[in-house]
Each structure stands twice: as structure tokens, then as C-alpha cells.
Ligand binder design. Structure first.
Ligand SMILES: NC(=O)c1ccc[n+]([C@@H]2O[C@H](COP(=O)([O-])OP(=O)(O)OC[C@H]3O[C@@H](n4cnc5c(N)ncnc54)[C@H](OP(=O)(O)O)[C@@H]3O)[C@@H](O)[C@H]2O)c1
Length: 291
């Protein structure tokens, strides 16, 4: 297939590009601010440019992990968040025509009162980020029922920009700095390469609608940090578990969140591995980069 990955300079996009190429698919890839090898520039907020690129490329499948992902940043600029997370992706879905279109959403569409959540559970986002993602989900379902909405959460793994939680932890702790980690935010952390592989499986299998793709174990951010310390040989004693409220973040976070993956399994697709396995693979990847 000729595929397009919008946002291939990001964590999930880079993994998707790798997974698609590994299956023998052609990939055209875009970035916004941080060019990666062979990517073309595209800003989802520039709707005419989005429509032009999609019509020029005529991809047979479009993956759109791009968007405004900085949760507190979305709170500060809701209009920019909506343009990147709602309007731009909808323009892309429209211009892509009747081909598989994969949009990436989040556990933040839920309020975190009663997670982990099934696809059919009632959303109730607490933040601008979560509200923009839910708005896009609903608009896609209404206008493009064949679109796939992949909800995921807590993605970690090899990443070109090295900014996910595990990289931040590794950078801070290896400098001997202490790090505060929320003890009351529970999620189902997801190993990025497994997420990417499952997304390619979904498209190859002709899936549609909302599908949760997440790790199989619910645990707090502090517990994940402790696991990461063990996998990467970092001093766990530098972790300071604190309540989320103590972090003074702009956007509210769902506390008991996480996503259940029965639908993914029912489609015959393997769920992402438990975090300890993903962290062990990430540790081998990072050790390989150093040697
Ligand atoms: N990471 C997680 O834990 C997580 C959890 C739940 C859901 N998700 C969703 O999964 C998707 C991928 O997340 P990620 O972790 O890969 O995010 P990321 O690393 O922040 O990457 C975001 C990507 O979007 C691009 N981008 C940002 N604004 C854009 C715009 N206006 N127009 C076009 N491209 C734009 C970025 O390009 P540049 O870097 O070149 O500017 C980058 O390629 C997102 O939709 C996110 O909401 C992620």
C-alpha cells in the first residue's frame, strides 16, 4: 500500500513509519516543526495545504498521529489545539477520500472516575486536550464511519525526540536530579512499537470505529517510574511519588484511567506487551545506541 503518516517526526508517527516499512508498505511522511529523515512539511492548521497534499499523494491509507499533544499547552491555547486536533484531521479525512483513515485519540476523553475503560463507556473529558480529541472522534464517526479511532495512553518506547516520560526520567535521574512522579494517576502504559504494529494490523484487517490499543496492566505513574528505574538501572531512590494535585498542572488529569483492549483481541490482534517487557526492550535499544 501507498501510505501517508501525518506527524512522522513524533513518537507514534516514527514507530508507525517503521512498522509500515517493515511490512513492505510505501510511506510518505510529514513533520511540522522538526524535520525527520525524508519527511515533508505539513501543518494541520493550514487546511488548504492539508487538502492539497492529500489530493496530490492519493494514499491508500492515511495515519494521523499528528496533533497538539502538550496537554497543558492545549489548555493555554484552545483555538490552536482545536485546529490541530479537530479541524485539520477532518480536512485530511475528507481529502483522503474513501481510504482507511486512522485518527489517534486518548484515555483523556474520560474523567478517570472509574477506569480502565471500554470503548463503549461514556466519555467526559476534563481538559481542552480531551475535549478536542472527543470532538474529532464524534465528527469522524458522523462523517467518515469507516475511519478508525485508536485510543491509546502512556506511550513509551524508542523516540526520535526523546521526550516521553521514560526519556525524561532517564535524563533527570542519570544527572542525579530528583523527580516528582504522580502516585495517584493510574493508566495502562503502552509500548510504542506494539501500538504501531497493532495499528497497521487494524488497517490491514479492515477495522473501523473506536478501538483501544493499550498495555494490559493498569498501574500508577509512580509504579511505572519504578519499573523503568529497574529496567534502565537508574536509582529509584531519586523518585518522589506525590499526588497529582501537588504538581500544579494547568489541565486536570483523569486519575483512575487506562484503556481495556478486549475489542482489539476480539479482532484477532495482539495487545501491546506488559510494560516490564517494553521497558526491557527499550533498555536494550538505548544500550545499543550507546555502544
Ligand atoms: N504519547 C502518548 O502517551 C499518547 C497518549 C494518548 C494519545 N496520544 C495521541 O497519539 C498521537 C501521537 O502522539 P505522540 O506521542 O507521537 O505525539 P508527539 O510525539 O508529540 O508527536 C506529535 C506529532 O504531531 C506533529 N504536529 C504537531 N502539531 C502539528 C500540526 N499543527 N500540524 C501537523 N503536525 C503537527 C509533530 O510534528 P513536529 O514534532 O515536527 O512539530 C509530531 O510529528 C497524538 O494524536 C496524541 O494525542 C498519545
Amino acid at each position: 500500500m501507498k501510505t501517508l503518516v501525518i506527524g512522522a517526526s513524533g513518537q507514534v508517527g516514527a514507530q508507525l513509519e517503521g512498522a509500515l516499512r517493515a511490512r513492505g508498505h510505501e510511506v510518505i511522511a510529514t513533520h511540522r516543526g522538526r524535520p525527520a529523515s525524508g519527511t515533508e512539511p505539513l501543518d494541520l492548521r493550514d487546511e488548504p495545504a492539508v487538502a492539497r497534499l492529500l489530493r496530490r499523494i492519493r494514499a491508500e491509507a492515511v495515519f494521523c498521529p499528528a496533533g497538539a499533544t502538550h496537554v497543558d499547552g492545549c489548555e493555554e491555547d484552545p483555538a490552536a489545539a482545536r485546529a490541530a486536533n479537530v479541524t485539520g484531521p477532518l480536512t485530511a479525512a475528507e481529502a483522503a477520500g474513501p481510504v482507511p483513515f486512522v485518527y489517534f485519540s486518548t484515555e483523556y476523553v474520560f474523567d478517570g472516575e472509574r477506569g480502565p475503560y471500554h470503548e463503549g463507556d461514556r466519555p467526559n473529558p476534563l481538559s481542552v486536550y480531551g475535549r478536542t480529541k472527543l470532538e474529532a472522534e464524534q465528527a469522524l464517526a458522523a462523517r467518515f464511519p469507516r475511519a478508525v479511532v485508536v485510543r491509546t495512553c502512556g506511550v513509551f518506547g524508542p523516540e526520535p525526540q526523546g521526550k516521553n516520560f521514560v526519556y525524561q526520567l532517564r535524563a533527570r535521574l542519570s544527572r542525579g536530579e530528583r523527580m516528582r512522579v504522580p502516585a495517584d494517576q493510574v493508566s495502562t502504559p503502552t509500548y510504542g512499537p506494539d501500538l504501531a504494529r497493532a495499528c497497521v494490523d487494524l488497517v490491514e484487517g479492515g477495522a473501523a470505529g473506536v478501538v483501544h490499543v493499550a498495555g494490559p496492566i493498569a498501574l500508577s505513574r509512580a509504579a511505572l517510574a519504578a519499573l523503568a528505574c529497574r529496567a534502565l538501572g537508574l536509582p529509584e531512590s531519586l523518585l518522589d511519588p506525590v499526588p497529582t494535585a501537588a504538581l500544579g498542572q494547568k489541565a486536570r488529569r483523569p486519575l483512575r484511567a487506562g484503556l481495556l483492549v478486549e475489542r482489539l483481541r476480539a479482532l484477532g490482534i495482539a495487545a501491546p506487551r506488559p510494560p516490564a517487557e517494553g521497558l526491557a526492550e527499550l533498555a536494550r535499544h538505548l544500550a545499543g545506541l550507546q555502544s
